[in-house]
Design a protein around this ligand. Sequence first.
Ligand code: DCP
Ligand code: MG
Length: 369
Amino acid sequence: GSTPTPVATVSQYACKRRTTTQNNNKIFTDAFEVLAESYEFNEIEGRCLAFRRAASVLKSLPWAVQRLEATQDLPCLGGHTKAVIQEILQYGRSFEVEKILSNERYQTLKLFTSVFGVGVKTAEKWYRRGLRSFRDILAEPSIHLTRMQQFGFLHYGDISRAVSEAEARALGNIIDEAVRAITPDAVLALTGGFRRGKEFGHDVDYLLTTPELGKEEALLLSVIDRLKHQSILLYCDYQASTLDMDQLPCRRFEAMDHFAKCFLILRLEAGQVEGDLQRVEGDSRSWRAVRVDLVSPPIDHYAFALLGWSGSRQFERDLRRFARLERKMLLDNHALYDLTKKEFLEAKTEKDIFAHLGLEYIEPWQRNA
Ligand code: DCP
Ligand code: MG
């Protein structure tokens, strides 16, 4: 038969799988992500997660699914997911997915949530008010846009376009230079998708800290200030640290951690990028706007912050789920707490955290779950 024999059983936990950027099952995972998003828009969390898990399992496979039988021993694939796989195997497409893609509500929520600062809740509210386009929103006098949303619309063309690796590298140089000018011994690390080896991203994520505890927030503020004076800071939403160890770690997955951070829009000059800017045809400007996140954890939380911000989202979700269900430990971007020993487990590196969890170390480029 043509059924590939799995080398080892595939784990239900993304943190026990090695997932590179090479996705051999994109045709299926793209379909699953549409379904997951549609359930997310309709607030059916369980089904949304089920499709995200299924997509993640297929992303980890070193082979392409060619027959339904090949998925027999895989975890996280239920009747619905298998029906979609079967449909795609048979017809090359899923009619259920196509129906969603042509659905007005889905299309509108997808469009609205593509704006920086617009989440599902807001998109939904606008949809219910009968708004269907950006023009509708901007022409509606009773709508109050947050500052983030205003800048999201202002730079929509640029920041809805993918950031390339070369652009990320150029931004890294700019931020590194700013940091070095302030203090030579700062720690700056690329995180997010680019640390996992992705070629494109929706933003560029960095961690920034100081070897001396308590100096990290001032450093972040100085870096922002320097970028402002260089006239490359188009937008800055600064959030001060709200770190309070008495409340950590949280049992629930928190959308945001408590570190000092800023969500930026930076101006990147074409001349700073090896090759050229990612641009639409006919655009002759010498610069583009790029979304950048800078996060400043104190050095004693650095390893947890690095692990938490490196992603992927599914990898992070499953790390936490594995810790809780298999180890009776609570993990978040700040700390790891052992519920049995009733103590925090210290870590200087990501490897320390994997070791505490009794997990084989997974390299960043293997975390594209
Ligand atoms: N992260 C998280 N929870 C959040 C925000 C971020 O766990 N609420 C983590 C997981 C992400 C990482 O931080 O992988 C970076 O967030 P991004 O949204 O920038 O995601 P990526 O960098 O992975 O992908 P993209 O290419 O879209 O930027
Ligand atoms: Mg990112």
